[in-house]
Design a protein around this ligand. Structure first.
Ligand SMILES: CC(C)(COP(=O)(O)OP(=O)(O)OC[C@H]1O[C@@H](n2cnc3c(N)ncnc32)[C@H](O)[C@@H]1OP(=O)(O)O)[C@@H](O)C(=O)NCCC(=O)NCCS
Length: 170
């Protein structure tokens, strides 16, 4: 198996959409329960490419099997903040790809002067929380019962990896 992590390109749109939809439909991990429409996803990706935002994909041979993005918040006082999102197809989990994707995305964030990388993760997603902690994310709090899926409430844990040495030189 030949795994590569590369910046997303427009040619990845259909496969990215399929992967996002598959992970969303598991219902346990993401804020989506299905992917947004294909054309909305395309517009989102084209915008990220145009703005040089951090959006990476993992390719196994030519199959898109995962993604990780760190997207800037759009208010001026948050210009140093990025929000991380990640997903990997089930067959490719638990063998280090998540760690590799996040590390690659953090490296790219660093080049863009992103000091604070934040995320929210569903409290029952113990694998993701363990991985984030391993990679320097600290728990900052929880939004209680903010998730409701299939009649079950779940907290949303807030985490961040903050490193002022990633600030752009002035
Ligand atoms: C969360 C996710 C990105 C992690 O990627 P991954 O490739 O599976 O993770 P890795 O193999 O790199 O690392 C897993 C780490 O988590 C921990 N871990 C692995 N399996 C675990 C489990 N079942 N329970 C708790 N922790 C676990 C370990 O700390 C492991 O580190 P180790 O290599 O030192 O043992 C991936 O599982 C995924 O896509 N899940 C579904 C989507 C999702 O949850 N996205 C995040 C939403 S916030």
């Amino acid at each position: 198996m030949n795994l590569r992590i590369v910046p997303i390109a427009e040619e990845h749109v259909p496969d990215f959409h399929r992967a996002l939809d598959a992970v969303a439909r598991e219902r346990r991990f993401l804020a989506f329960l299905e992917a947004p429409p294909l054309e909305a996803t395309r517009a989102f990706i084209i915008n990220n490419i145009a703005k040089n935002n951090v959006q990476l994909v993992a390719l196994s041979d030519s199959e898109l099997v995962g993604w990780c993005d760190i997207l800037p918040k759009d208010r001026p006082i948050y210009a140093h903040v990025g929000v991380l999102g990640i997903g990997i197809l089930p067959a490719f989990r638990g063998r280090g790809l998540g760690a590799a994707l996040i590390q690659a995305a953090l490296d790219e964030a660093s080049k863009r002067g992103i000091v604070r990388v934040e995320l929210t993760v569903r409290a029952e997603n113990t694998r993701a929380i363990a991985l984030y902690q391993k990679l320097g994310f600290e728990r900052e709090g929880a939004l209680r019962d903010t998730v409701l899926v299939d009649g079950r409430y779940e907290d949303l844990v807030m985490m961040a990896n903050v490193d002022r040495s990633r600030a752009r030189p002035r």
